[in-house]
Design a protein around this ligand. Structure first.
Ligand code: SF4
Length: 636
């Protein structure tokens, strides 16, 4: 049966080759001045080369002033048009349609003087925004119109007004933020006035035939915020106002797990809400929400729940997602594990990088040229950096073997996947195994590699990717029989009896995930962390979800506490400027940190060429590990 995903579609004057849409996501690639530079163009061109039907370029500032979050594209002056024109030409040359998102961040910005419909701060820690006057509102509407006209002149097939995620138009829609008493506040029709005036001004500036899309929030997911009934009504008004397509998302700053669902949020959760909007309007609807399962995406179209499938992080993880699905190569898709590392980097003003795709943000220079000399490469360690080093080295034509002391490849991927909220990590391990197998990489498992093993193999170069071992602190009692490395618990190498009282020392990712697992197994768990917070190193959305889950599971979290002794039946700790206290327990799990162990092997290599990569050199996250492994594969 023909796939609905690959049926062409027409929206106004635009013909899309298929029903797959790249959703607008920040890339962190534009230069400080807001131009579409070569890196930005290469990034979007690469996604178009992957066969996506329509690219929506990231949220782009309509007004002047400092950037809102990090480097962003700008649309407030004609000076930006030439580079935008180059961007459009590059994407269209690959056969994709292209639009761009018009964005005013409202109060969701790191500016010291944000603006909003009403002086309602984003959180107790952020500045109170200045309430927009009517004059301000009219000026901003004019900025939308001028920005849209520039985009049309640059050749974009459409513009999309960003009215989701509680940026400015959504703030007007939300009764939680909009407390105005003039014609822009009050009942929903008044709260929608700003958005509808923006749409009218954009259509006025660009011509009635020019497609204007709108991205809306189906629900803010908080009491008193926009709900699906309000969203359906707004969608109807937008369609009546001439909007050509609606893109359905959800969430606000407080419910980021709805707009950037981590792996603990069910795939396709947004579809039923999008279906209500689809049923209420006669314009096409795009739906998001981790629809990177091709069968699920196909079903959404077949059941008429939406007209187009929006893909975001799936295309960061694998720019060729669409092409691989179309060509029946689904097993080759690099899966997005919804770790949100990419979005975390962008929100901190950095360029996007990915935990499973080292090409991201390096599209301009990324090349896996065949090595002029085929070498015998021995990769020791089958964690993320070793896997990626082996894959990339093999793609460059080397003869590659990978060795691991465990009976299965994966290393820290396996450890990370054991927490209830991290199950999808293994999809990447499985993918890498498939790729190595397809490429003909020799795999040796259950082997403790020594310098003697390496001498016997006699490779041209060794990639030392042996990872890191647990850091054991010098705490009295740390060598007690009740003390165990948290990693061993995660891996099931040691068990704790259900109902046990367990203290986890260290509240970073491993500590929190161990606590989550033990709580799920019926233990009474306490985390003791030195820092004033737990979840260091975990990106914001996942961390919020994880901490919420820990609290719901009854885990006690003690922060700002230093453990001073481990005794047979309790852990003693101190708080700054306070007398100590103790937590009674049966078992203690150590999750303090990691010590690189690459040098253990490297020092015995006796002058043989080698590279130490990933955690073996410096313990860090998956993004760093994957990129370091790939770089090793590119240089051997
Ligand atoms: S960094 Fe994580 S969430 Fe982002 S695309 Fe890569 S795998 Fe997906």
């Amino acid at each position: 049966m023909a796939s609905l995903l690959f049926e062409p579609m027409t929206i106004g004057p635009v013909t899309l080759p298929n029903r797959l849409v790249m959703l607008p996501m920040g890339s962190g690639l534009p230069g400080e001045e807001g131009f579409a530079n070569d890196e930005t163009i290469a990034y979007y061109r690469r996604r178009a080369q992957g066969g996506i039907g329509m690219v929506t370029v990231e949220a782009s500032l309509i007004g002047p002033g400092p950037s809102a979050i990090g480097p962003e594209l700008r649309l407030h002056d004609d000076v930006f048009i030439p580079d935008l024109t180059r961007l459009v030409a590059a994407v269209k040359a690959e056969g994709s349609a292209i639009g761009i998102q018009l964005w005013h961040p409202g109060r969701q910005t790191n500016l010291s003087e944000p603006v909003a419909p009403s002086p309602v701060p984003l959180s107790p820690r952020t500045p109170v925004p200045r309430e927009l006057t009517r004059e301000d509102i009219h000026e901003i509407i004019e900025q939308y119109a001028s920005a849209a006209r520039r985009c049309r002149d640059a050749g974009f097939d459409f513009v999309e007004v960003h009215a989701a995620h509680c940026y400015l138009p959504c703030e007007f829609l939300s009764a939680l933020v909009n407390q105005r008493t003039d014609e822009y506040g009050g009942e929903l029709d008044n709260r929608a006035r700003f958005l509808l005036e923006v749409v009218a001004a954009v259509r006025d500036a660009c011509g009635e035939d020019y497609p204007v899309f709108c991205r809306i929030t189906a629900t803010e997911g908080v009491e008193g915020g926009i709900d699906i009934d309000e969203a359906v009504q707004v969608a109807k008004w937008l369609a009546e106002a001439g909007v050509a397509c609606l893109s359905v998302s959800a969430g606000n700053w407080h419910t980021l797990h709805l707009s950037m669902p981590p792996m603990s949020v069910e795939r396709g959760w947004l579809v039923p809400l999008a279906a209500q909007i689809t049923a209420a309007v006669d314009v096409p609807v795009i739906v998001a929400g981790r629809l990177d399962d091709p069968e699920m995406a196909e079903r959404v179209l077949a059941e008429g729940q939406a007209d187009l499938i929006g893909l975001g992080r799936a295309l960061i993880a694998d720019a060729d997602w669409a092409r691989k699905v179309r060509d029946g190569r689904r097993a080759e898709i690099t899966p997005c594990i919804a770790c949100n590392a990419c979005l975390d980097l962008i929100s901190r003003g950095d360029q996007a990088r990915c935990a499973v795709n080292p090409e991201v943000s390096r599209e301009l220079v990324w090349e896996l040229a065949r090595s002029p000399t085929a070498r015998r490469v021995m990769v020791v360690g089958g964690g993320p950096s070793g896997l990626e080093a082996a894959r990339v080295a093999r793609l460059r034509g080397h003869t590659v073997s990978i060795w691991d002391r465990d009976e299965r490849l994966g290393g820290k991927l396996d450890v990370a996947s054991r927490a209830p909220s991290k199950h999808e990590v293994l999809k990447f391990r499985d993918h890498e195994e498939r790729m190595l197998d397809a490429l003909g990489v020799e795999v040796h498992l259950g082997v403790e590699v020594t310098p003697g093993t390496i001498d016997a193999e006699d490779p041209d170069i060794v990639v030392v990717a042996t990872g890191a071992g647990p850091l054991v602190p010098a705490i009295p009692g740390v060598d007690g029989p009740q003390v165990v490395d948290a990693q061993r618990l995660l891996l099931g190498q040691e068990a704790v009896a259900p109902g046990s009282r367990v203290v986890v020392i260290g509240g970073s990712a491993t500590g929190c995930e161990t606590a989550e697992l033990l709580a799920a197994e019926g233990c009474a768990v306490t985390i003791i962390e030195m820092l004033p917070f737990v979840g260091r190193g975990i990106e914001l959305v996942t961390r919020r979800q994880l901490i919420r889950h820990l609290r719901e599971s009854g885990v006690t979290i003690l922060t700002g506490c230093r453990v001073s002794a481990i005794e047979a039946d309790r852990v003693v700790y101190e708080r700054e400027n306070e007398t100590g206290d103790a937590v009674p327990c049966d078992r203690v799990a150590l999750a303090i940190g990691w010590l690189p162990r690459g040098e253990d092997l490297a020092t015995g290599l006796d002058g043989r060429p080698h590279i130490v990569v990933g955690d073996a050199a410096r313990p860090a996250d998956f993004v760093a590990a994957i990129n370091a492994g790939a770089d090793a594969g590119r240089t051997v």
